[in-house]
Design a protein around this ligand. Structure first.
Ligand code: NMX
Ligand code: MLT
Length: 439
């Protein structure tokens, strides 16, 4: 077994050569034209980002180095493989796959979990910063601010200030990414404790436990096998969703200025905190509870449809439905649904049943409404409801859980540095300038 850093160092030269050859041959080749509709429509469809870990197909959904979620569920080392309670794949396994394109061995994942546990404690000054936040400050704001403060000890910034060579940038970037991923559970758990009084507020990190096993312990779910395993699955599959989504794109953009991984990820979290992006999982919960309040539990399909129409007619979106790229049901939604199907306690939960009922009923209503290009459920339509059913009822916290996962997208920052990618700086135009260009 090797360490993850060794494995990354091994694949970098080969990939650098591949990119060099591509550049030499095709630097002037076109990847498509830019239309006004791309410029005005949130750059939808523009092929203008390099992203190693995953590709999103509009029909098949996400693939991580060519592997679908079911492939990953079969191939990636699980909690059980490490001798832990639970059977879901571990986010550490996904981290390894994203960075190297290879499936790790059980021992390699065990070593990575141990390394993360060893680096998991927070410096005292960060604890103090978190403890000084008012309880009323949204947990995502706290999260973003706390991770930014970790840049106090950034290995990349220190190396850069000492004049490290460009070809070596990837190495301290990698170190920061691992440090950051290791410390995220303690940050998220401390916010949970301070705002909601749950968990014990301590950072008792067990070196023989996995990253999420330790996180579950810190937030008071250490003995809840269902919740711990759900969090592993959730965090493994929400991590990377190619480059163009708001949070991943933001962290890549900020990182292109050679800001360190802590600042880059902090900025990505600020984007994740928007209701059209990660905050949708909080919104879905509010929507489902509102629906239950309005029409009662176990309401008929007709009643649910009426509620959906009243939401749409009042000009609001149905949270958890639609997607900027996907044109079919999100395979992450399907993976979380499969998880629910294997758990009798979730099958009889009225909220989980409502999520399933909405997935049957809402696509028809949204299709008839005729606006969204994708009337099917995205991952957010299910993710928060399972947390709620397992007793995590503080839905203002849900996007933090998504945020823990999105740290896996930081793997691209290592590749950005290994490839020597330049500062991002697209060209912009005023309406007058466009008018002149297009007349
Ligand atoms: N409910 C009602 N209307 C919708 C919905 C929806 N769920 N989804 C899209 N539309 C509307 C959209 O507002 C737009 O209307 P208008 O022309 O008046 O501006 C129209 O349909 C066309 O939008 P699309 O091209 O289908 O979607 P777009 O790429 O612009 O946006 C989302 C994608 C995800 C922002 C959008 O589908 C949405 O707002 N969904 C609800 C919020 C949500 O679930 N977000 C989570 C996304 C996933 N994530 O994990 O981050
Ligand atoms: C994500 O996981 O980032 C969302 O599905 C949004 C996206 O991919 O645009």
């Amino acid at each position: 077994a090797s360490t993850l850093k060794d494995a990354v160092a091994q694949v970098i030269p080969e990939k650098q050569e591949q990119l060099k050859a591509l550049k030499a041959k095709h630097n002037n080749s076109s990847l498509g034209e830019v239309k006004l509709e791309n410029l005005l429509g949130g750059m939808r469809g523009l092929k203008c980002m390099l992203w190693e870990g995953s590709v999103l197909d509009s029909e098949r959904g996400i693939a991580f180095h060519g592997r679908s979620i079911p492939d990953c569920e079969k191939e990636l080392p699980t909690a059980k493989d490490l001798g832990l309670k639970g059977k879901e794949m571990l986010p550490e396994s996904m981290l390894w796959l994203l960075l190297t394109g290879k499936v790790p061995s059980v021992d390699e994942v065990r070593g990575l979990s141990a390394e993360l546990a060893e680096k998991g404690k927070l410096p005292n000054y960060v604890e103090k910063i978190i403890d000084s936040f008012p309880k009323t400050l949204h947990p995502m704001t706290q999260f973003s601010a706390a991770v930014a403060a970790l840049n106090h000890d950034s290995a990349f910034s220190a190396a850069y200030n000492k004049g490290i060579k460009k070809s070596e940038y990837w190495s301290p970037t990698y170190d920061d990414v691992i440090t950051l991923i290791a410390k995220i559970p303690a940050i998220a758990a401390r916010i949970y404790y301070n705002v909601f009084g749950k968990g014990d507020g301590k950072q008792a990190i067990d070196p023989s436990n996995d990253l999420i096993g330790n996180y579950a312990n810190m937030i008071g779910y250490g003995d809840h096998e269902g919740m711990t395993d759900y969090l592993r699955l959730y965090i493994a599959i929400h991590g990377d969703h190619e480059g163009g989504n708001v949070s991943a794109h933001t962290l890549h953009l900020v990182g292109s200025a050679l800001s360190d991984p802590f600042l880059s990820y902090s900025a990505g979290l600020a984007g994740l905190a928007g209701p059209l992006h990660g905050l949708a999982n909080q919104e879905v919960l509010g929507f489902c509870l509102g629906l239950q309040k309005a029409v009662g539990e176990n309401a008929s399909d007709e009643k649910v449809k009426e509620h959906l129409w009243s939401t749409l007619n009042s000009g609001r979106v149905v949270p958890g439905y639609g997607h900027a790229v996907l044109r079919s049901t999100d395979p992450r939604f399907l993976a979380l649904s499969r998880f629910c199907d294997t758990r009798p306690e979730l099958q009889k939960d009225s909220l989980v049943q409502l999520v399933q009922q909405l997935a049957r009923v809402a696509p028809g209503v949204l299709t008839e409404h005729g606006k969204t290009k994708n009337p099917n459920p995205n991952v957010d339509s299910a993710s928060g409801c399972v947390l709620y059913s397992y007793g995590m009822t503080e839905f203002k916290y849900y996007t933090v859980v998504f945020g823990i996962s999105r740290a896996l997208a930081l793997t691209q920052l290592v590749w950005d540095r290994a490839y020597g990618m330049g500062i991002e700086r697209p060209k912009s135009f005023s309406v007058d300038a466009l008018q002149k260009m297009l007349k």
